[in-house]
Design a protein around this ligand. Structure first.
Ligand code: ZN
Length: 81
């Protein structure tokens, strides 16, 4: 199984919460080792998850998600197809 960035983002919240299965976790770990974009996303997401931990609600602050995605789009563009 080969996963890409979008796959990682889809599961990043569950990954942080330890709710992904061992196989997927291993794939995400492997991807994170080689992908700076996803490492940055993981850091950002982890900070937010910590902030939100009390409510156990995964909801990004207004504007954050948009800014993050704009940044990711740019990075992906630079990274090429
Ligand atoms: Zn990635």
């Amino acid at each position: 199984m080969r996963i890409d960035c979008k796959h990682v983002w889809e599961h990043i919240s569950a990954y942080i919460d330890g709710e992904v299965n061992a196989e997927l976790r291993a794939e995400i770990d492997k991807h994170l080792e080689t992908c700076e974009i996803c490492s940055a996303v993981l850091d950002s997401t982890r900070n937010i998850v910590v902030l939100m931990a009390d409510d156990r609600v995964f909801e990004l602050p207004a504007g954050f998600s948009q800014r993050l995605h704009a940044r990711l789009d740019k990075e992906l563009e630079l990274a090429g197809p």
